[in-house]
Design a binder for this molecule. Structure first.
Ligand SMILES: Cc1ncc(COP(=O)(O)O)c(C=O)c1O
Ligand SMILES: [Zn+2]
Length: 461
């Protein structure tokens, strides 16, 4: 019998590097989140020279061949791009729920209302736990499996959350058999979000504080290396989340939209989207970058306040000052002290970005307007749509330009918001697009009258 061919060492590699520009590096299997020299957040840095040994055409063919097909785990939208995400991770340690590969919808009726003609929605909420957080969490929990397989004594994985991170963490940990602990601001997340980690068996801790307060506690908690931190300051999550931008290009036939619009809270996702596009450009898969529009709720708008809507290129040396976020319907982005502000600013600068804000009324109406065109949007997507509506109204985004709005969660997680809007019971808000259920008597005549009241009488024939 002939000997099996010698296995080639993985040609691709990635390491942590300090994101603030000093030369600190560490392996991705280290339990580390910040640079020990300057306290900057770490970035995952890929060996681009090695990745360049394959041409852009070869990468596209490889990614297209795997997309939603496999073999396992390569049918996942994240792991189908494994060489660009976490190349050294053993396939056996991947914890995947077939995340990514979410629909990219063209929303013509909605676009027409805005005077635009090429608007798309990337439905990142159409996924296992109902939000884009699955994209990053599969990478993080897989890394935990790899660390544990090498004997690292990780007792539990912990996060602070405005709801969606805890849902993703608890599901992936439950699938892997890893204990999870979630810290939630009591009374500030939706019922559907709260029940997700409960159902998945996480230790769910409700704290009498806001998200920023939970974040401080979890950072202190994870100073002991046996509690691994799952918040997006952990750059492994950013690696998975950046696949949303790669998929957008892929689903558009490897072309680039003119604008990408995204809601921002802790600002990890805005950073990730920037990273995905810049990596594709560096490796020749695309020839230009889109412009980035980050949308914040007016009640939690530290990034907007730092820029007041001016182009990021026009505002050098922006500093994001922490604020106390006020209650917003967009509860998952009720964040006043965004951990990834520095990274997001770098993405905004690279992608000639802008920041816009949305009031409670604007976000609620934008969500309702998009729903009338067939979507079912979460309030955070409402923030992004409201920002798009403002820029379209001012002529900053024009007819003929292609816009992709990133929808970050499934609307079904926020049914209280929807019901409140259509019942007209959201405190302090009007509901101009409300469509309440009509209670009618159980008779043919009553039903016909109700139809006639809405759509007119049938012609007699
Ligand atoms: C539904 C939803 N949209 C938007 C965001 C904002 O993402 P980021 O915190 O990365 O800015 C989050 C999470 O914080 C979220 O859960
Ligand atoms: Zn450093």
């Amino acid at each position: 019998m002939t000997a099996p061919p010698a296995t080639r060492a993985a040609p691709f590699s990635a390491t942590y590097r300090c994101g603030e520009g000093c030369d600190f590096t560490a392996p991705l299997t280290d339990v580390i989140y910040r640079c020990p020299r300057c306290q900057g957040l770490l970035e995952v840095e890929h060996d681009l020279a090695a990745l360049r040994t394959r041409s852009a055409t070869e990468w596209k063919a490889l990614f297209d061949g795997r997309f939603r097909l496999g073999p396992w785990p390569y049918g996942s939208g994240v792991w189908g791009k494994k060489e660009w995400i976490s190349p050294q991770l053993a396939d056996a340690n991947v914890v995947s729920m077939f995340e990514g590969g979410s629909p990219l919808l063209r929303v013509d009726r909605y676009a027409r209302e805005l005077g635009l003609d090429d608007v798309w929605v990337k439905e990142c909420g159409v996924t296992h736990t109902g939000s884009f957080k699955d994209l990053g969490m599969t990478v993080l929990v897989s890394a935990v499996q790899e660390m544990r397989s090498r004997g690292r004594p990780i007792r539990a994985v912990a996060c602070a959350s405005t709801g969606d991170t805890s849902a993703a963490l608890s599901a992936y940990c439950a699938a892997a058999g890893v204990p999870s602990v979630v810290l939630l601001p009591r009374g500030k997340i939706s019922t559907a979000q709260l029940v997700q980690p409960i159902a998945n068996g996480a230790l769910v801790l409700e704290l009498d504080t806001d998200f920023d307060g939970c974040m401080k506690v979890v950072q202190a908690l994870s100073e002991t290396p046996d509690i691994y931190l799952a918040n997006s300051m952990n750059s492994l999550r950013i690696e998975g989340q950046k696949t949303a931008s790669i998929e957008i290009s892929q689903q558009l036939g490897w072309t680039v939209p003119d604008w990408v619009v995204i809601p921002g809270g802790n600002l990890g996702n805005a950073s990730a989207v920037g990273k995905g596009f810049t990596m594709m450009k560096a490796l020749g898969l695309i020839d230009r970058l889109p412009r980035l529009l980050v949308a914040q709720a007016e009640h939690a708008n530290p990034l907007y306040q730092a820029t007041t809507g001016a182009g990021l290129r026009a505002v050098p040396g922006v500093a994001v000052k922490p604020m106390t976020a006020r209650r917003t319907l967009a509860s998952a982005i009720q964040i006043g002290d965004p951990v990834s502000a520095g990274r997001a600013l770098r993405s905004l600068q690279a992608l000639d970005g802008l920041v816009e804000q949305a009031s409670e009324q604007e976000l609620a109406d934008a969500a309702a307007r998009a729903d009338r065109a067939g979507l079912f949007t979460c309030p955070h997507t409402g923030v992004a749509l409201a920002a798009l509506e403002k820029l379209a109204g001012r002529g900053q985004i024009k007819k003929g330009e292609r816009v992709v709005v990133i929808s970050t969660a499934h609307g079904l997680k926020f049914s209280d918001f929807k019901v409140g809007y259509h019942d007209g019971t959201l405190p302090g808000l009007r509901s101009p697009l409300r469509n309440p259920a009509v209670r009618v008597e159980a008779s043919l005549g009553a039903v016909q009258d109700a139809i006639a009241a809405r759509h007119g009488r049938a012609a007699r024939g």
